[in-house]
Design a protein around this ligand. Structure first.
Ligand SMILES: [Ca+2]
Ligand SMILES: [Ca+2]
Ligand SMILES: [Ca+2]
Ligand SMILES: [Ca+2]
Length: 467
């Protein structure tokens, strides 16, 4: 076929674009909690976090998943704090999927039994969305955003130190074949590196597993960046943690730990700083991440705003930090409290059978055992319309598809094509049996000519390189 001229080619492109389905419409929100270790069991902020999550259910970008990246309590012995958070998060059961992972304060040598008693897999609290678990503290759940299915894998603190966890996660992600978000407490380091435990997660899991699109964590302070995996595809890395305050002008957002004696060690560690000794204080932030999936551009757009200040209606919680807090080196100054946006190219990781779009316009969307597009072999299949479910008589034998073209909307269905044992087969024609095809024989003179020409050119290059 003749290649069309520039203007004609532009028209062809425009016509093709017009024929494509529109970009998926609604956005969704992922809600990232910060480390909550500084809240007392009677701190009302615990309830405000969950109130905030529930309030987002009816927003324009409905909540798809809630993430607690660890350090639920300040140490494993604080059974009252675990019980409190368990009760509050329990309000999300059956409403919204969520993941809670162990932070270093939830057990220094492994998940503390008190943490597991409330947030272990064995509690059954993740069952409604559970895909698989390695043990009580490492598990995967499924959630949906704008019609696209995702896997979220929660990993305990320092998972690389415990045999089997990261290989299990790698296998789960590879077999589930969904765009995946990994949650682990300790991961990135501002601005470009990783903590030791995070480096191990990146090296042993993230960089080589192309299904992973994002890693969410706490522990470190505000940081958002996009890195590339070994295949050159984007991975979003987002940390959010406001457990300490910024000493440089954000005092009103910042409330010191009230629990003097337990959490005001900052006084001894950081001479000159002060602690708020009024009971019941704790800072309260959630980080809403707005997500827009664009299957045509093969990208996911993320935007995030300043952390929501849960106690904005409670001015009595205002606490002025002192500059001495900065000696901890924790207060992130310029990167704290920022808003931003980034577009994440997802290339092969957003497939036609898991993009929330009816790509072939037959009225069926994506792989879904309960009634998706019959052409989709799995969520990872890259076409909704293989030859055996495309409504065409591809081999011109008078028979169309696995069902005569019925499911593809053919007005006058034929008998089924005999080669189509299943709608997901991508070939109506019987496979060839003999070796060298007729078309290949025609190409032989061209290949011989190309070989001679390449031989001459490489010889010329070699000569030019000689001194
Ligand atoms: Ca689709
Ligand atoms: Ca379809
Ligand atoms: Ca066909
Ligand atoms: Ca046919």
């Amino acid at each position: 076929m003749r290649v069309p001229s520039g203007a004609l080619r532009a028209l062809v492109v425009l016509a093709a674009l017009a024929a494509l389905p529109p970009s998926a419409g609604a956005d969704c929100t992922w809600l990232l909690f910060e480390d909550t270790q500084f809240y007392r069991a009677d701190d009302p902020v615990a309830a405000l976090y969950v109130d905030d999550a529930l309030a987002r259910m009816s927003a324009a970008a409905p909540l798809a998943v809630v993430v607690h990246p660890g350090d639920v309590a300040d140490n494993g012995a604080q059974v009252d704090r675990y019980a409190r958070w368990s009760a509050e998060l329990g309000r999300l059961d059956g409403v919204i999927p969520y993941v809670v992972v162990q932070g270093n304060h939830d057990g220094q040598t492994g998940p503390h039994p008190n943490f597991l008693a409330q947030f272990g897999v064995a509690t059954g609290r993740y069952d409604a969305h559970l895909v698989d678990s390695f043990d009580d503290a490492n598990y995967g759940i499924r959630f949906a955003c704008d019609g696209v299915q995702f896997l979220m894998v929660g990993l305990q603190w320092r998972p690389a130190d415990f045999p089997g966890i990261l290989p299990w996660a790698d296998g789960l992600i590879a077999s589930t074949q969904l765009p995946t978000v990994v949650v682990t407490h300790d991961y990135g380091h501002n601005p470009l590196g990783y903590f030791t435990a995070g480096q191990a997660v990146f090296d042993q899991l993230v960089r080589s597993n192309d299904w992973i699109i994002a890693v969410l964590s706490g522990h470190q302070y505000e940081l958002t960046r996009v890195v590339q995996n070994d295949l050159g595809n984007d991975v979003l890395e987002m940390m959010a943690n406001y457990q300490w305050c910024d000493p440089n002008g954000l005092g009103p957002f910042c409330v010191g730990e009230s629990n003097a004696g337990a959490n005001c060690a900052v006084d001894a560690d950081c001479p000159g700083s002060t602690c708020n000794t009024t009971p019941g204080y704790g800072q309260g932030f959630t980080r809403p991440i707005q997500v827009h999936i664009d299957p045509l551009a093969q990208q996911i757009d993320f935007s995030w705003t300043t952390p929501s200040v849960l106690q904005a209606t409670r001015p009595e919680l205002t606490y002025v930090c002192t500059p001495a807090m900065a000696c901890y080196g924790y207060c992130p100054r310029g990167t704290f409290n920022t808003a931003g946006a980034t577009a994440l190219g997802v290339s092969s990781r957003l497939r036609a059978c898991n993009d929330g779009v009816d790509n072939d316009g037959d009225g069926w969307i994506d792989f879904d055992p309960a009634g998706g597009d019959p052409g989709c072999a799995s969520r990872s299949a890259s076409t909704e319309s293989p030859e055996c479910q495309d409504g065409l008589d591809n081999d011109l034998d008078g028979r169309i598809d696995f069902d005569g073209g019925l499911s593809a909307g053919v007005a006058t269905p034929t008998a089924p094509d005999l080669q189509c044992g299943s709608p997901t087969v991508d070939r109506e024609r019987a496979p060839r049996r003999c070796g060298l095809g007729f078309e290949f024989v025609l190409l032989i003179p061209l290949l011989l000519w190309a070989e001679r020409r390449l031989g001459r050119r490489s010889g010329g290059r070699a000569a030019a390189l000689r001194p």
